[in-house]
Design a protein around this ligand. Structure first.
Ligand SMILES: CC(C)(COP(=O)(O)OP(=O)(O)OC[C@H]1O[C@@H](n2cnc3c(N)ncnc32)[C@H](O)[C@@H]1OP(=O)(O)O)[C@@H](O)C(=O)NCCC(=O)NCCS
Length: 185
């Protein structure tokens, strides 16, 4: 095993300004507010969103179903957990079944600051504005609670996600490094 440092950006959104409009959702997409019975659906959606992504190299729990369940349980068990900024996105299929397609969770990280923990959209629903909509929904929840800034961390290689955040109004605040053990083959 070797220890690798991953470059990440802390990005900040100014919540004192007006949020961009919620676009991208169709009549078949809906947000579900946090309730404990949804923990399993959040965890499964998180797993499906991250299991093939680079972030599993840094946060190995994201690449495993049981890891995502433990992570969700950890997030919602924290003192600063913010149910109002935690949402599950569901989609009604042509056959009328319901599938979870996105998850976001947030916690308080300072007196006036809230932080998005993980935002994930499952692969088959990407690229139609749902990620932006879910982030907006979470930021609205933070704003409603009186927070002045919303933050998140993103791996520097995740260029598509960074572009999305910048388009929404997030700015890079600082660089952080996260160490992770990587198996050498
Ligand atoms: C990042 C993510 C949430 C974006 O969700 P989305 O619903 O596709 O986002 P939107 O449709 O609102 O916006 C699309 C933008 O996201 C970017 N994006 C990032 N990864 C993408 C992917 N795998 N497929 C499609 N779009 C992706 C696109 O580049 C696009 O921006 P562009 O038009 O400038 O190219 C989603 O791709 C995802 O869950 N990725 C895996 C998990 C992850 O990396 N989460 C972020 C951790 S900080």
């Amino acid at each position: 095993m070797s220890v690798t440092l991953f470059k990440r950006y802390r990005m900040v959104f100014n919540l004192t300004r007006e949020l961009p409009p919620l676009i991208g959702l169709t009549a078949d997409d809906s947000f579900l507010a946090w309730r404990p019975e949804l923990l399993q659906s959040h965890a499964e959606t998180k797993f499906k969103s991250f299991c093939d992504e680079m972030d599993t190299s840094i946060f190995s729990c994201l690449g495993r179903r049981d890891g995502c369940q433990r992570l969700m349980a950890d997030i919602v068990g924290r003192d600063g957990f913010l149910p109002e900024a935690t949402w599950l996105l569901i989609h009604r299929t042509n056959r009328g079944t319901i599938e979870s397609c996105g998850t976001i969770q947030a916690v308080q990280s300072g007196p006036l600051t809230a932080t998005i923990q993980n935002i994930g959209i499952v692969p088959k629903h990407r690229g139609r504005g749902l990620g932006a909509a879910l982030i907006n929904k979470s930021l609205l929840g933070m704003q409603g609670l009186g927070f002045k800034q919303g933050t998140l961390e993103v791996t520097a290689h995740n260029l598509g996600a960074i572009r999305l955040y910048q388009r929404m109004g997030f700015v890079i605040d600082r660089v952080v490094y996260k160490s992770a053990e990587i198996a050498i083959i």
